[in-house]
Write a protein that binds this ligand. Sequence first.
Ligand code: ARG
Length: 463
Amino acid sequence: MAHQALWSGRFREPLAAIALKFSSSIDLDRLLYQEDITGSIAHVEMLASAKVLTGAEARRIRTALKTIQKEIESGKFDLSSDFEDVHMAIEHRLIQKLGPLGGKLHTGRSRNDQVALDERLYLRGAIREISRLLVNLQRVLLYKAEKYFGVVMPGYTHLQRAQPVMLSHHLLAYVSMLERDFERLQQCHKRLNKSPLGAAAFAGTTFPIDRNLVAKKLHFDGIVENSIDAVSDRDYIIEFISACSITMMHLSRFAEEIVIWSSAEFGFAHTSDAYSTGSSIMPQKKNPDMAELVRGKTGRVYGALMNVLTMMKGLPLAYNRDMQEDKLPLFDTVHTTRQSVYMFAHLLVHTSFDKQRMAEELRTDFLAATDMADYLVRKGMPFRDAHEVTGKVVSYCVSHKMYFGNLDLDTLRHFSPTFGPDIFDFILPMSSVEQKQSAGSTSPQEVKKQIVHWTKVLGKRRV
Ligand code: ARG
């Protein structure tokens, strides 16, 4: 072993190389070096104001920590796997630089509260970044909704053609979903923005430390009161990954639609070549790989959620080393969600929607059947009877290989004398959407209201 462990006092022999390799987390948690140093500086400044250290001591430690940060960033100090974790590596380096003074940094602190602090600091940054990307994606969707305003497409339930809707309405549904994703992240941030530092190993410390001062220095909203709770839980990570899982689920559904819409059978969406890939054997292929990968990466985030939930489920209070295993799922979730939201915005910018193809599909189907039934109801027929009559018209068309557009009034009247010449305009796709009167419906007026709403909300949002 290259370095003597900082806890080696009570041990008669050093940790076996294989045990160090097995237990080291530095290959992952080195990602936390900045948060670790920021947290240590706040801690040491607090120790000085509590007179546990002198001002001069604190200043020297602070300067050395800043130098170590630069050394890490320039590659001069290698956070290598000879260390147990990033916290040990940095403290080791500090002692190397300052001698015994470096050993004072850890006064009144444990790695248990230290790691919880680092993770909370890290998550604050990650939440901000993902929130920004979500807003960006919402803005792209809003832009598309405005651009395609007026385009009517077949809407689906059970992936069977159901009723005409405005394409903008469909796109704005995702804006609403992403809004809740955004809110979930803000709520998660609010709950996790409390400082665990000062809980020490779990029981608190005999030094007269000021936990609130550290919390204030690090811009927390307060402290995690109960010191056992402060080091024992990882619910903030579970909550964050849950929020990301829901976002990924939303993206995955949209990704699925892009994949389907890009098929020749649908032909509703066309993605530019720069965001599509070819086949190594089939020369004609143009594949929607970006959307597929977003769909596929969703599994990674769900997996991470199960990972942390399962890792935590049987742990007695307080800290257990099992908890070190939270790093991979946490970091991978941040990486995957960030990447996917970012890619999705680009993918959408480079995807156009085919108004003609949508119109063709609207012509050659029975999406206006609900409107036909509503028409009969407006003329006084009970809805159930109108449903039955319209069903018979559909059945007739199917067996005669026809669509509503091919029917004449005499044929319609054969099914019900209630039909009048105004039926033909009533069941046009555009009038179908225009007739909608309920709040939040697919009528142009209601869709316009959504556009106005989101333009206002997203226009002034600063994250
Ligand atoms: N690397 C550890 C983790 O990530 C830090 C805390 C270690 N604490 C301990 N008592 N061994 O969980």
